[in-house]
Design a protein around this ligand. Sequence first.
Ligand code: FMN
Length: 313
Amino acid sequence: MTFFKDNPVCNLFKIDFPVISGGMVWASGARLAAAVSNAGGLGLIGAGSMKPELLEEHIDKAFKATKHPFGVNIPLMIGHSKDHIDICIEKKVQVVFTAAGNPALYTQKLKDAGITVAHVVPNAKLALKAQNSGCDAVVAEGTEAGGHNGKDGLTSLVLWPSVADKVKIPLIAAGGIGTGRAMAAAFALGASGVQIGTRFAVSTESTAHQNYKDACVKADGGSVRIFNTAHMPIRALLNPYVNEYIKKECAGESIESLLSFRGKGRTKTGIFEGDIEDGEMDAGQVCELINEVLPVKEIMNRLIEQFFVAKNL
Ligand SMILES: Cc1cc2nc3c(=O)[nH]c(=O)nc-3n(C[C@H](O)[C@H](O)[C@H](O)COP(=O)(O)O)c2cc1C
């Protein structure tokens, strides 16, 4: 633990280990966030799939379930984001991670309320924008990541050092991390913390359906693909729905027609309700390395143990 004594991410968020569970639609409620915070990391509640009242409930539950800091992830492109920001301020949430939008939009407002802010980016240009908007940290997410991806398609190996060289605020690496070895690699490339999604989605405490967790365990990295590339790339498990979507994309169907085929509620159907044929199961390439569903505490223990071995400590 003394290794992380001077770690900028630990100091910023007042946590023992520089490990953050990413906000994940339909998977990261209060239970997962509190479990990660209780294990020494920073758990995030994913507001993306929540109506404002539900987010309030989850924040109240998380305050009851942990004495440690936790945060809320707010994707800015969704309809409720302004309400979500106001709720975080009202409820005195300590940390907010914004994503998928302009970091200049709410950072100052959140900072004025005493909230620590990080923003998720897919390239170095946006990382600089996050820094210039007053963010306290930046999450650089490589294309290996599950869920919505940037259009750049930069791999973590290229993205992390590029961002590390350009910004002064702490870099949190995301995309493809599920082991302590990958965490050590992220540190070697300039990160001082990691944000992990898929590995925590496949934990006991995640609210993802058991069918989703089993599908991730069964999948290898090659069966987790990017689709919806022209509109907003998404990385998800291949299934009949995603296969059909890709077929339509390759046939040159218009964005309107593709979006109408996707319809509404596909992530709920796939991740939360466990429809592995017709639902969308956002997940990262790291499925290649995930062989079982584990409790958060065990995931954290293994990560930190492997990290120290990899660093020869
Ligand atoms: C099921 C799922 C849902 C996600 N939903 C969100 C979200 O609502 N907001 C967000 O900023 N990122 C979201 N992400 C991305 C994660 O927060 C995280 O950055 C990413 O999963 C890291 O890459 P990894 O999956 O390789 O660990 C999601 C990822 C997954 C797997």
